[in-house]
Design a protein around this ligand. Structure first.
Ligand code: CA
Ligand code: CA
Ligand code: CA
Ligand code: CA
Length: 718
């Protein structure tokens, strides 16, 4: 039976030069036809009567259930994120508008967290007053903070608050336009603080203080080890729409401010500093830090650096405390070093508030500990770097990491190097967190420390030698089913790179991977890329989730090292997993259970379109278009029948090119693969196998031509 089916399809699709409709057949539907399924049979729609299935998981993103039900929409959902980065992070676009960061924050951040906004604009407040814009703005800010603008004693006006006397000194040195720009900035900062205040109006301040102190999420949540009830309490009372409105306004304000301050607007030697009720306000002329490069940015509301080669310590566009709920740092030039030794939130981090670091140019170094470089925890944290060859170095919860919030890390151009220990580089954590790392151009290096000997995040899947990275486009929830039952959905994590030859290096749980009601996306649009990781990685996931890695062009290498498995299109326990690689001559290597392998009712795809490719899979291991059968697929498990209610598909497709399929053993002996080969169709289990069917199918297809409409519809000129 298997042979006759293979022969039939091969004749139909590979050998016969039919008219165009037949020479370009729909390979995916042909595969579904061969197993008697239709496209709508693939995907998970849990029903209320699925006892023992974890049904009541709070904080699922709105996108989750529908992507879980319609896995091919993951491709569209990922591509629109990459298209947003391609449009808005393009340096030419950045030079032509002042709304790019607003659009980015909306399209890959706010809109993915909670629908409601439609990106029509941030509604920044205009300043009409041309006479006293700065004074009036500061007066409003101080009044909001509970400080009266004037105090009297013994019948005369006190020299307090001191902003008035400070202003008297700097006002003559700023022209009317600059005063108006700064006045507008401060008025809008006050408005952002107001919206952030509204976001938490129902939250208990004591509980907020407890939540602000939590720094252990990267270590305690995956297995549901520690339960923080205060997090549930804030989640029940936060108003995300107000919080996101504050974040959108901050994004719009920062870019507008950076673009409107022309060179010379700030006198080169100026140092203007003012403590406000919400943190420090500082304006540094371009030579203000000559000689002494260090500047402390802790507890700052707004810092503008007009072009120093600064060494900036402390918060730097990060919420330093609850009394510093909004923090924006704007750098207009210079090669800067942002260095934080302590564990304060830093460099674009919003905890229960809004943090934004905006760096317009220069080769910069970002060095921090935890909660840094684009991290949001009940807040929105953004690091935005427009140009230069930059170095990013952090510990955990960084470089695009969100927990019950949004963390965004964007770098437009230059050759950049990202390094962290774990939980970041596009990590959507607990509470429907959204974490995005977007990099437009340059040959970039992304590394999440793989080795437990360097830093211990060791994972039993790799004999505790390799770390669970939770990085590079991952979604991660709190699996409380083995502990206290507080099972929290993860969110959406994405790593998005448009141009360049890039290197991705990580341990386990990385690169388009997810865990527990979450979605992980890794998408790279151009270039010859090298993906190097270990286990549960590169289009993978476990336990009710969606993981997808998409590489749209170039000659790429997908290699797994050490235990080297559970990847390259692998799903475990109700997972939708995809590795889609389009164009180029690519190579794939794994030791075990990989490459279009579905286990425990998953849908797993490895799809390569175009190019002469090479597949290397360990000897005698399932994979390359296979679905592992289970007894409870055929007949209901006596206590939990839901495994019989749905289908599973392990699917391998290679269209075009001359491809080679090998197995290898521990001695390094390389042989041809026993089942997969160029221009071949196979089923695993085979049609004549006793385990065939029960809604569980493994299919492999290598052919010279054909399309997958879900992918093809996006091709330019189509
Ligand atoms: Ca830079
Ligand atoms: Ca790149
Ligand atoms: Ca590529
Ligand atoms: Ca091929």
């Amino acid at each position: 039976m298997a042979r006759s089916a293979a022969t039939f399809l091969c004749v139909l699709f590979c050998l016969t030069p039919f008219a165009s409709a037949q020479t370009n057949p729909d390979i995916y539907r042909a595969i579904l036809d061969s197993i008697g399924l239709t496209a709508s049979d693939i995907g998970f729609r849990p029903q209320g009567y699925w006892n023992r299935f974890p049904l009541d998981i709070p904080y699922r993103l709105t996108s989750f259930d529908d992507l879980f039900a319609e896995p091919w929409r993951l491709y569209d959902y990922s591509l629109t994120m990459a298209n947003s980065v391609e449009r808005y992070l393009n340096p030419q676009y950045l030079d032509s508008v002042s709304t790019a960061l607003y659009s980015l924050t909306y399209s890959v951040g706010v809109d993915r967290k909670l629908g409601g906004f439609r990106s029509y604009g941030a509604n920044l407040i205009d300043v009409e007053d041309t006479l006293r814009p700065l004074e009036n703005a500061l007066e409003r800010l101080f009044l909001m903070g509970g400080t009266e603008p004037s105090y009297y004693a013994f019948g005369s006006k006190a020299e307090y608050p001191d902003y008035k006397s400070t202003l008297i000194n700097i006002k003559p040195r700023l022209n009317a336009r600059t005063q108006k720009i700064l006045g507008r900035a401060i008025i809008n900062l006050a408005d952002i603080i107001r919206w952030r205040g509204l976001a938490f109006r129902r939250c208990n301040p004591e509980i907020m203080r407890e939540v602000f102190k939590i720094r252990t999420l990267a270590k305690t949540q995956g297995d549901g080890t520690v339960y923080y009830p205060e997090i549930d309490d804030i989640a029940a009372t936060v108003d995300y729409a107000s919080l996101h409105y504050a974040a959108l306004k901050a994004a719009a304000l920062a870019e507008e401010l950076a673009d409107s301050l022309s060179p010379g607007a700030i006198p080169a030697d100026m140092i203007f500093e003012l403590e406000t009720p919400f943190g420090k306000l500082a304006i540094l002329g371009s030579d203000a830090l000559v000689g002494e490069r260090n500047y402390d940015c802790q507890n700052s509301l707004l810092i503008i650096d007009a072009g120093n080669d600064g060494i900036f310590a402390g918060g730097c566009g990060a919420t330093s405390s609850l009394d510093n709920p909004v923090s924006i740092f704007i750098d207009l030039g210079g090669d800067d070093k942002y260095i934080v030794e302590s564990n304060t939130p830093s460099q674009g981090t919003g905890i229960l508030g809004i943090g934004l670091l905006f760096d317009q140019s220069g080769n910069d170094t970002y060095q921090a500990k935890d909660y840094a470089q684009g991290c949001g925890f009940f807040g929105v944290g953004t690091l935005f770097d427009m140009a230069g060859d930059d170095k990013y170095d952090a510990a955990e919860s960084a470089q695009g990491a969100g927990y019950f919030g949004i963390g965004l890390c964007f770098d437009a151009s230059g050759k950049d190097a990202y390094y962290l220990l774990g939980d970041g580089q596009g990590m959507g954590g607990i509470g429907g967190g959204v974490g995005i790392l977007g990099d437009y151009s340059g040959d970039d290096s992304y590394k999440a420390e793989p080795y437990a000997s360097v830093y211990d995040r060791s994972d039993y899947h790799s004999e505790h030698k390799i770390n669970g990275s939770s990085a590079q486009g991952v979604g991660f929830g709190r699996r409380g089913d083995g502990s206290d039952g507080h099972s929290w959905a993860g969110g959406l994590g994405a790593i998005i790179d448009i141009y360049g030859n890039d290197h991705y290096h990580s341990g386990n749980w990385s690169l388009g991977c997810a865990y527990w009601f979450a979605t992980g996306i890794a998408i790279d649009m151009h270039g010859d890329d090298f993906y190097e990781s270990c286990y549960f990685t590169q289009g993978s996931g476990a336990h009710y989730c969606n993981g997808i890695l998409i590489d749209e062009a170039g000659n790429d290498r997908h290699e797994l090292f050490e235990t080297a498995g559970a990847g390259l299109g692998f799903g475990w326990d109700f997972t939708n997993a995809f590795l889609i690689n389009i164009g180029g001559n690519d190579s794939y290597r794994a030791k075990m259970i990989s490459m279009g392998l579905a286990q425990i009712r998953s849908n797993a795809f490895l799809i390569d379109i175009g190019g002469d490719d090479k597949y290397m899979l360990g000897k005698d291991t399932p994979g390359l278009g296979e679905a592992t059968p289970r007894d409870d697929y055929k007949r209901p498990g006596p206590l939990a029948p839901f495994y019989t209610y749905c289908n599973s598909l392990g699917c391998f497709i290679d269209i075009g090119g001359q491809d080679k399929y090998f197995t290898f053993d521990i001695q390094g002996q390389i042989l041809g693969h026993s089942r997969a080969a160029d221009n071949k169709f196979w089923l695993a289990p085979a049609r004549n196998d006793s385990t065939y069917g029960a809604g569980n199918f493994g299919v492999g297809r290598d052919c010279d031509s054909g399309t997958i409409p879900e992918i093809e519809k996006w091709r330019k000129g189509n």
